[in-house]
Every structure is written in structure tokens, then in C-alpha cells.
Design a protein around this ligand. Structure first.
Ligand SMILES: Nc1ncnc2c1ncn2[C@@H]1O[C@H](COP(=O)(O)OP(=O)(O)OP(=O)(O)O)[C@@H](O)[C@H]1O
Length: 336
């Protein structure tokens, strides 16, 4: 454990990595990806797009069919999981119920043949890092959900990995706890200066946590970039729809554009649409609309805007946007 190291660790490179499963399924298709040391990466995408396989290739739980994977410039393909410099954070319910918190955290060191006093000292240090040192003697069942999650994190960090791998680590938590653990993960990643590779299907989670968002589709990278780039400058209809908060409009020339829902205006002239619903979102209203061919659109309005120009279901309106808010899209035939 080196919480105060000056140099960031965990630079990752996937070079033309393909994973083909027996039976022919290509889970990861010629993946090229560079991750800077000390960055928080979220692998995002719909079910079956290859996120978990990418993580398992990094962990050493799968081997690529072809291609290379480097961690801090060292090739790691073929190395056993324990010798790669990676660690996987499992869900808190994977803690051993009959072992104390300290022994749970020390477990992977025991598996590596580390002596008792050394592994207890390292486990105690990992527990200090997650601020649970005073809970070392408790059993997991005697902790709150958030504390159990921190034990799971300490258990992964005890081997001093250069890269922490997380597969949907927040999915079992209630929304309140999810927000808190999310903030803690980000804080630990910053303090440790190692890379975190976090698989999620939640756009919100990726936007909140990542330095680099990698949106996958059918084993390939559809778009990668900062959260702002992915959300505000989608390159394809798939990205605009998956990231949400956008309308995709078909143009007369066959092209497509995206316009953010909060920049789409309900005006006097423009694209004809019918209001199908108005929902209160707490910070404003979401107006759901249908185009003339049944296309689904949404406009986010502030409370003041809705009260100034009320709309109601069944009403015919026109949708418009400013030139500056147009994002041209590359794939005219994106999925709906
Ligand atoms: N052991 C396996 N054998 C055969 N096919 C597999 C295996 N593991 C994954 N696949 C296939 O590879 C593709 C990618 O799977 P993967 O689990 O990586 O997707 P994912 O993006 O993590 O999906 P999810 O969000 O549902 O977990 C899928 O089509 C899946 O069916």
C-alpha cells in the first residue's frame, strides 16, 4: 500500500485485442485502447457489448485470441491474475461471513503465502485507508452496507495493485449509498494515483466518475473521451441515444443531427410534433413528444419556461433549435 506515492501507476494499453469465444462469438473485436496512468476509466455500453470481457482480459481471467495488453509498459498476457499488478473489487456480498473484517482483507495475501504478521499489518493499513481500522475485529454482518463495500475495496487494495478493476460495483446499493460510495471511490482513486477501470451500464455513473469514458458497441469502441465530450459532442446517433439527454432528428437530406433536450425549443415554427406527456423532474419538467412518424423526442423545460408557455398532452407544437446547438452525426442509419 502506497497511498502517497508521487508517481501515478496503471498505464494500460490494449493493442488490437480480439477475444473470440468457442462457438464463434466475438466479444471484443480488434480493441485499441490507451489508458493513462492514474486515471479513472469507465467502460460503458449496452448488455453484451464486451465490457466485462475487456475487464476479464485485463484481470487475466480470460486470454485474448490475439493482440497484446500492456500494464505500465509490461506485457501481461499469459501472466496469472495474481502477478499482473491488477486487483478486482468484488461486490460486498462476496465477503466471507465467518471471517473478521481484518481476515477478509488479509485473505488474498494469505493465498499468496504472506506470513501472518505481515498480512495483518498490511490489512490493517488497508483498513486505515478506508477509515475502518476500528472495525477490524467485527464480522461483515455487523457492518452497514457502505462499510461492507469499503471492506471489499480494502480487500482489493491490500495487494497494492497498479490497476483496480471494478465490475458494476455499485449496482447492489440503494441510491443514497450508491452516491456516497461513488464519491469515495473517486477520492480513493485520486489519493492512490492508480488507474481504476470500472464497468457500468449507467451513463450517470460514468459521467460522474470517469476521466475517460469508453462507450462500447458490439466489441468495439463507438466513442471515447471525457464525460463532457461523450455527452455534449456525440459523434453517432448510438452515442447520442445511449448517453441520453438528446434528441436525434432526421434531416431531409438523409443526414441526422443531435440536439440536447435542454436546448430543443418548443416554438411557433419548426418540426411538427405532438405532446404526449409532461413530467415533473424536480429541477424542471420533461416534455415527451411524438414526431409525425412516431419518433420520440423530449424537451427539458425549466419551471419558469413551462409556466410562461404551458403545454399539455395532445397539443400540436413545433420543435426548433439554434444552429450552435446542432451536433452532426456520422451514422445516418443508427439504431432507434
Ligand atoms: N464464456 C463465454 N462464452 C461464450 N460467449 C461469451 C462468454 N462470455 C461472454 N460471451 C459473449 O460475449 C459477448 C460480450 O459479453 P460481455 O459479458 O463482455 O458483455 P457485457 O458488455 O459485459 O454485458 P453485460 O452488461 O450484460 O454484463 C456477449 O455476446 C456474450 O454472450
Amino acid at each position: 500500500m502506497r497511498p502517497s506515492v508521487a508517481k501515478a501507476r496503471g498505464a494500460i494499453e490494449f493493442a488490437a485485442v480480439t477475444k473470440r469465444f468457442p462457438g464463434g462469438a466475438i466479444a471484443v473485436d480488434a480493441l485499441d485502447l490507451r489508458i493513462r496512468a492514474g486515471s479513472y476509466v469507465c467502460l460503458l455500453g449496452p448488455s453484451g457489448c464486451g465490457k466485462t470481457t475487456t475487464l476479464r482480459l485485463l484481470a487475466g481471467h480470460e486470454n485474448p485470441t490475439s493482440g497484446d495488453i500492456l500494464l505500465d509498459d509490461h506485457p501481461i498476457v499469459g501472466l496469472p491474475p495474481a502477478r499482473r499488478g491488477t486487483a478486482m473489487m468484488f461486490q460486498s456480498y462476496a465477503l466471507f461471513p465467518h471471517l473478521s473484517v481484518l481476515d477478509n482483507v488479509a485473505f488474498s495475501l494469505r493465498m499468496r503465502g504472506v506470513g501472518k504478521s505481515e498480512r495483518h499489518a498490511k490489512a490493517a493499513e488497508a483498513l486505515r485507508l478506508v477509515e475502518l481500522d476500528s472495525f477490524a475485529a467485527r464480522l461483515p454482518a455487523q457492518l452497514s452496507g457502505g462499510q461492507q463495500q469499503r471492506v471489499a475495496l480494502a480487500r482489493a487494495l491490500v495487494t497494492n495493485p497498479a490497476t483496480l478493476l471494478l465490475d458494476e460495483p455499485l449496482s447492489a446499493l440503494d441510491p443514497f449509498l450508491r452516491g456516497r460510495v461513488r464519491a469515495e471511490l473517486k477520492r480513493f482513486q485520486r489519493e492512490l494515483q492508480i488507474s481504476f477501470v470500472h464497468v457500468t451500464h449507467s451513463q450517470d455513473e460514468a459521467l460522474a466518475l470517469a476521466d475517460l469514458v469508453v462507450l462500447m458497441r458490439a466489441g468495439r469502441i463507438e466513442q471515447q473521451g471525457t464525460p463532457e465530450e461523450l455527452f455534449d459532442r456525440p459523434r453517432t446517433a448510438f452515442v447520442a441515444r445511449f448517453m441520453g439527454g438528446h434528441n436525434v432528428f432526421a434531416l431531409a437530406d438523409g443526414g441526422q443531427i443531435a440536439v440536447r433536450s435542454d436546448r430543443t425549443q418548443i416554438g411557433a415554427a419548426g418540426l411538427p410534433a405532438t405532446v404526449v406527456g409532461v413530467e415533473y423532474t424536480g429541477t424542471g419538467f420533461a416534455v415527451a413528444l411524438a414526431g409525425t412518424a412516431g419518433e420520440e423526442y423530449s424537451v427539458a423545460l425549466t419551471e419558469a419556461a413551462l409556466h410562461a408557455r404551458p403545454v399539455e398532452p395532445g397539443q400540436s407544437v413545433s420543435l426548433a433549435w439554434d444552429q450552435a446547438d446542432i451536433r452532426p452525426l456520422a451514422d445516418a442509419a443508427g439504431p432507434s
